[in-house]
Design a protein around this ligand. Structure first.
Ligand code: FO1
Length: 310
């Protein structure tokens, strides 16, 4: 069994590749839920949905979120009523949020709701929220504190960041299956996701980081940064605000207490010596995933680093 830690669009790309290289039933995906938001009374879990749609073959891989070919008629109607519509929920995507919200209202946990949705969509891999408890990424800016999606989508990460924290993390518990997946995995992959706001919240759930540190099987992380520039999104800005060097070395250092290997871009091969100083192995390859062949090749190379069990 392969356990994968993910969040955001970079993670979904590698998971698409892994799903072609590993028997889907052997994949357990542990997903960030600190980007979740409540809109129009509906519980929206962007990272869980991105992974579910990716594995169901429904994802809009160009945008990196939502369902391909989706329409926005409901959202247009919501705008008529004076609602804010900067978070673009498509009509079919809304079907998922209505379903999840109904399940939660009926008493399901987030992991049970996620499992019912992925099963209905024919997804064979397990998709686990990091926690069934509410954890919320908060961005502290000079003009006040805002939730992640307002910073990321509404304001296009224009604000200066003073601090990032995960409200509710200290009291949260790992969702059922998370610690078991980490302990039982033949290998673990940390996706090229934002280390602060995608992987950071997963590591902030009490018990997760400690379980990762105790793992004896190999743990491989893929860098989301090439040559000091984030492959996508505000990762560089967020890393700098958290005091993490904006480089593959910074990523390796942030995970140094539990990973064995970091996969870096060829351009960053020169960081190998510094990374070795952390007691880690750096492997340089092409890490940009522009098409399906790239995703599959990188997945194949990552699995090879995990050894024969994966
Ligand atoms: N990202 C955007 O940049 N703009 C959007 O309007 C937007 C809507 C959206 C709707 C559903 C969903 O599941 C994801 C959506 N995302 C959107 C992506 C989301 O903000 C990010 O993928 C993650 O939260 C980053 O990890």
């Amino acid at each position: 069994m392969l356990a994968v830690l993910t969040g955001g669009t970079g993670g979904a790309k590698l998971i698409r590749g892994l799903s072609l290289e590993v028997e889907p039933r052997d994949l357990v995906i542990i997903c960030n839920t600190a980007d979740d938001l409540v809109l129009y009374g509906l519980h929206v879990s962007p990272d869980l949905d991105t992974i579910t749609y990716t594995l169901a073959g429904l994802a809009d891989e160009e945008k990196g979120w939502g369902i391909k070919g989706d329409t926005f008629a409901v959202l247009e109607q919501m705008r008529e009523y004076g609602w804010q519509t900067w978070f673009r929920l498509g009509d079919r995507d809304l079907g998922t949020h209505l379903t999840r919200s109904a399940f939660l209202r009926e008493g399901s946990s987030l992991s049970q709701a996620t499992d019912r949705i992925r099963t209905a969509l024919g997804v064979k891999a397990s998709i686990l929220p990091m926690s069934d408890d509410r954890v919320e990424t908060r961005i502290v800016t000079p003009r006040g504190e805002i939730p992640f999606q307002e910073f990321f989508v509404r304001d296009r990460w224009s604000d200066e960041i003073e601090r990032v924290y995960f409200a509710g993390a200290e009291r949260s518990r790992p969702a059922p299956g998370v610690i078991e997946a980490i302990r039982g995995a033949a290998g673990i992959v940390v996706c090229p996701s934002n280390p602060v706001t995608s992987i950071g919240p997963i590591l902030a759930v009490p018990g997760v980081r400690a379980a990762l540190r105790e793992v004896e099987r190999p743990i491989v992380a893929v860098s989301p940064v090439i040559g000091g520039v984030a492959i996508s999104g505000p990762a560089a800005k967020l890393m700098a605000s958290a005091g993490i060097e904006v480089s593959a070395f910074g990523v390796a250092k942030a995970y140094a207490d539990f990973i064995d290997t970091v996969v870096v871009a060829r351009e960053d091969e020169g960081l190998g010596v510094r990374i070795a100083g952390l007691g880690l192995r750096a492997v340089a390859t092409d890490i940009l995933m522009n098409n399906l062949a790239d995703k599959r090749r990188l997945a194949h190379e990552v699995l090879a680093l995990l050894g024969p069990m994966c």
